[in-house]
Design a protein around this ligand. Structure first.
Ligand code: ADP
Ligand code: MG
Length: 257
């Protein structure tokens, strides 16, 4: 029996990529459970299989072995309850902000007066109400990333998959945007899985962190992050005294060569 609070269950998956030149084992016998409402980060060395894991969760890549369950159902393909936020904002330059945000709804054939209104409300709620008719090039990188998140939220997914969503931003913007994104996700009560190679980002944003080995990705360790800080803000959380203990432990576990 699958427990209902386990919104995501990854059971012993392996992923082998077959190419003309041979086979790459990206993931090996990996299991992970994510509870509804949790924010889990996946940290691992570059090329270890993190994006592959998200692709499996999103139903874009079929595991060679094992199975993934979302809300108790075996994943066979893409699923509208799973939203994906990519590394780069991928906004279309010829569409204005509102048109970009409505894109996911259009693709899923869910664009109605109501869903359009909800998308506008999200943009307004998160400080983009004045920019509905602006084009992406008129916005800062941080604002564009916020638009990309709102586009993902507009389709009202229960689970958000975030693949290094801040890596294209400079350090200052990255801190500010991760703070905003964490607050938005908290307010909207989503279950989130964030891939990052930034240890501090992972600790400051997450309830739990899964550390992966270098390729093929296996779970090396899982950390419950408990910081003595009441606030949701990742910037504030970085000031908690326990922060550096987690940092040092995870740093040692990452076998970066
Ligand atoms: P990460 O996101 O951790 O950097 P990836 O999941 O993107 O790692 O890739 C893991 C490994 O699988 C890498 O060696 C990469 O080259 C390989 N890989 C990823 N996607 C494909 C693909 N579509 N076909 C073949 N090999 C791939
Ligand atoms: Mg990747």
């Amino acid at each position: 029996m699958v427990e209902l609070s386990n919104i995501v269950e990854v059971k012993n998956i392996s992923v082998n990529y077959h190419t003309l030149t041979g086979e790459t084992v990206a993931i090996k016998d990996l299991s992970l459970v994510v509870v509804k409402g949790e924010f889990v980060s996946i940290i691992g060395p570059s090329g270890c299989g993190k994006s592959t894991l998200l692709s499996v969760l999103g139903g874009l890549v079929q595991p060679s072995k094992g199975e993934v369950f979302i809300k108790g159902e075996s994943v066979k393909g893409t699923n509208p309850i799973v939203g994906y936020m990519p590394q780069r904002d991928q906004l279309f330059p010829w569409r204005n902000i509102l048109q970009n945000v409505l894109l996911g709804l259009e693709v899923q054939k869910k664009l109605t007066k109501e869903t359009r209104q909800k998308a506008i409300e999200l943009l307004e709620k998160y400080g983009l109400g004045e920019f509905l008719h602006y084009y992406p090039y008129q916005l800062s990188g941080g604002m564009r990333q916020r638009v990309a998140l709102i586009r993902t939220l507009a389709i009202d997914p229960e689970i958000l998959l975030l693949d290094e969503p801040f890596s294209a931003l400079d350090y200052q913007t990255r801190l500010a945007v991760s703070d905003e994104v964490r607050t938005i996700i908290y307010n909207e009560n989503k279950t989130s899985i964030l891939v990052t190679h930034d240890i501090a980002e992972g600790i400051s944003m997450s309830d739990r962190i899964a550390v992966l080995t270098s390729r093929p990705a296996e779970i090396k360790n899982i950390h419950d992050i408990k910081l003595s800080c009441e606030e949701i803000s990742p910037i504030k959380k970085r000031e908690a005294p326990e922060f550096r203990h987690y940092f040092n432990r995870i740093w040692k576990e990452l076998d970066i060569k």
